[in-house]
Design a protein around this ligand. Structure first.
Ligand code: SF4
Length: 610
């Protein structure tokens, strides 16, 4: 077995404490059993991270990992992962990102970066092909992410691709992400981990290529896949026109669009922030590396209070978090809010949740204007902008707000039930009372409240058209488990999840085989087993860090407060039956611990059991 094809075969290991950089060969077993991306991160962190390590200490490890398709001509394959222990949840964290950084890392000759320790001073890691070096970032510390990108490109060359943190990550905000070329590794506080290591940025430039095992077969599947993507109504139509906002009206019409910090499931102002309304601000399309879908957009505000604001987006999740969640209908403010999140290096979903939480606290009299410093009310766009500035700079009450809603609620009497998170990670833009599959997906997501481990809504809506119930409890355990393993495998491969709307497992498998030539990738069953193996290893990681069944749950609001209006009217979440079935189909016991049989089946030795 070799890793000559699909992979570069090399890892760069950086110890910031000792200021050493060393190269290692990629272990062929890592490639065949864990594929790449999230799989590489899971294996490295499970094997090497001391159990119970403090996420913001020098002991924590940051893994930047690509997959075997990253940087190839397979469509939408510019993705890479950052994996670490989350300071927001104290559990597993992986964040996936498109753009151009991942392919450039492979062109420089590395499948993965492992970052350890803590630099004594602000530091920049510069990788120029096989000549990596550490440099001072003293002049960049305190600088926003946009100016940081600009300065690094001015100093080293415009062809360098950058991943960096802003002031939020430097100052340890637990909702801080890493920004790469206007795209975000937003969720779970990876930016704070990078800041705790005094690592301001990584810049990479590469001139190499990626050898493929069977280039002719690979190109044949490429042609078929590009055709599938072009002819699919989502990837070749709606998503190209509207970006990720393509689903906004549908989510609102089906009662899945959370409003007023999840107090309502249908937004009266939806037509002012829906896909048509946001499209009016797009000035051009933008795509990640090798992507024919180009769901990214550049939006610009040409008039009004926010004239001059621009962003790459705004994405559906941020349109929701700064729109319906705060009952704001000013698209200009949403664009400005997303820009500011990128500027400071904040996660937009979490920032919008914090603001929605503060607005509800103010509405219910749990916080006064004097506690906040300015009016904080649903529908007030200036509240949103003011709050982001304070969180980004970690000034005044913004210092506490940047810790996320779970920690924030601890200090406010009566606010616990207003904090919309799972395991400490704020929820995204789907109300689980309208989708039982989404309720299970949130509750079982390995990194906390997340829609990217499984998104059963698509299947549920299609099923609804065949007169099956969107909120039925039947088959949801199998659906969520299968999607989690599929999405995990796709994240390991380097392909974008959105491509899988048109490119199926039947095409991803031959892509992987033609790229790598590894026997394990000749079978879709084996390829899916890698997704399942990685998910089980991450489960073991989380159990070792203290995860218990009672944390596989949702905010109490969803069990106790039925929605009063919209298509999800009268519904609450019923989780127990689905959770029992989910553990069963996973081969886990009633406490959510993987059984011996499952671990053996997946080749995870039983001594890894907590
Ligand atoms: S579909 Fe969108 S997010 Fe995915 S790779 Fe393409 S442009 Fe990037």
């Amino acid at each position: 077995m070799n890793t000559r094809f699909g992979y570069t075969g090399k890892i760069l290991d950086v110890d910031l404490t000792a200021a050493t950089l060393s190269e290692a060969e990629l272990d062929p077993v890592l490639a065949s059993d864990y594929m790449g991306g999230k799989g590489f991160g899971a294996k490295i962190l499970y094997d090497q991270l001391p159990p119970g390590c403090e996420p913001l200490s020098a002991e924590n490890i940051l893994v930047f990992a690509t997959g075997p398709l990253t940087g190839t001509l397979a469509p939408s394959s510019g993705r890479f992962e950052v994996c670490t222990k989350s300071p927001a949840t104290g559990l597993w964290l992986d964040s996936n990102c498109g753009g151009y950084f991942g392919p450039e890392l492979k062109f420089a000759g590395y499948d993965m970066l492992i970052i350890r320790g803590k630099a004594p001073e602000p530091t920049l890691l510069v990788i120029d092909d096989d000549k990596p070096q550490l440099a001072s970032a003293a002049d960049l510390w305190g600088v926003d992410t946009i100016a940081t990108h600009r300065q690094i490109k001015a100093d080293f060359g415009t062809d360098f691709k950058v991943a960096c943190i802003g002031q939020a990550g430097e100052k340890g905000a637990l909702i801080a992400g890493i920004i790469s070329e206007y795209r975000a590794l937003g969720r779970g506080g990876a930016g704070a981990v990078m800041g705790s290591k005094n690592l301001k940025a990584i810049a990479v430039r590469g001139s190499g290529g990626i050898a493929l095992s069977d280039p002719d077969a690979f190109m044949k599947i490429c042609r078929e896949s590009f055709n599938e993507l072009a002819n699919n109504p989502d990837t070749g139509g709606g998503r190209q026109k509207y970006g990720t906002n393509v689903i906004l009206s549908l989510m609102d019409e089906t009662g899945l669009h959370p409003v007023r910090n999840f107090q309502k499931g249908k937004f009266e102002g939806a037509d002012r922030v829906n896909e048509e309304a946001v499209e009016a601000y797009y000035v051009r399309n933008k795509a990640c590396f090798g992507c024919p879908i180009y769901c990214s957009k550049i939006a610009e505000v040409k008039e009004g209070k926010y004239k001059g604001s621009f962003t790459e987006g705004p994405e559906y999740e941020n349109v929701w978090s700064f729109g319906a969640n705060c009952e704001n209908v000013d698209v200009g403010a949403i664009i400005q809010a997303e820009y500011l999140c990128d500027y400071y290096g904040l996660d937009g979903i979490s920032a919008g949740n914090v603001i929605g939480f503060l607005m509800e606290c103010a509405e219910k009299g749990l916080l006064q204007e004097s506690d906040i410093g300015f009016p904080m009310a649903f529908g007030n766009d200036e509240s949103i902008i003011n709050a982001i500035h304070l969180m980004g700079k970690r000034e005044g009450p913004g210092k506490l707000w940047g810790q996320g809603v779970q920690k924030l609620a601890v200090g406010i009497d009566g606010a616990q039930d207003l904090a919309m998170h799972v395991k400490g990670l704020e929820l995204p833009a789907y109300d689980p009372r309208g989708s039982s599959g989404m309720a299970l997906a949130y509750a079982t997501s390995d990194r906390g409240g997340c829609h990217l481990r499984s998104w059963p809504i698509g299947d549920e809506l299609l099923a609804t058209r065949d007169r099956m119930d969107l909120v039925s409890l039947e088959f949801k355990a199998e659906l969520v488990k299968t999607q989690q393993d599929l999405f995990c495998m796709v994240n390991c491969s380097g392909m974008c999840l959105f491509a899988t709307f048109a490119v199926t497992l039947k095409q991803i498998t031959p892509f992987l085989y033609a790229a790598t030539g590894l026997d394990v990738y000749s079978s879709s069953e084996e390829v899916m087993k890698i997704g399942e193996r990685v998910n089980n290893l991450v489960r073991l990681f989380n159990l070792r860090e203290g995860l218990t069944r009672d944390l596989d749950t949702l905010p109490r609001r969803f069990f106790r407060e039925p929605l009063n209006e919209g298509p999800s009217r009268g519904r609450v979440v019923d989780l127990d039956q689905m959770m029992d079935e989910y553990y069963m189909v996973r081969g886990w016991d009633e406490s959510g611990i993987p059984g011996e049989g499952k671990l053996e089946e997946l080749g995870l030795e039983s001594d890894q059991k907590p």
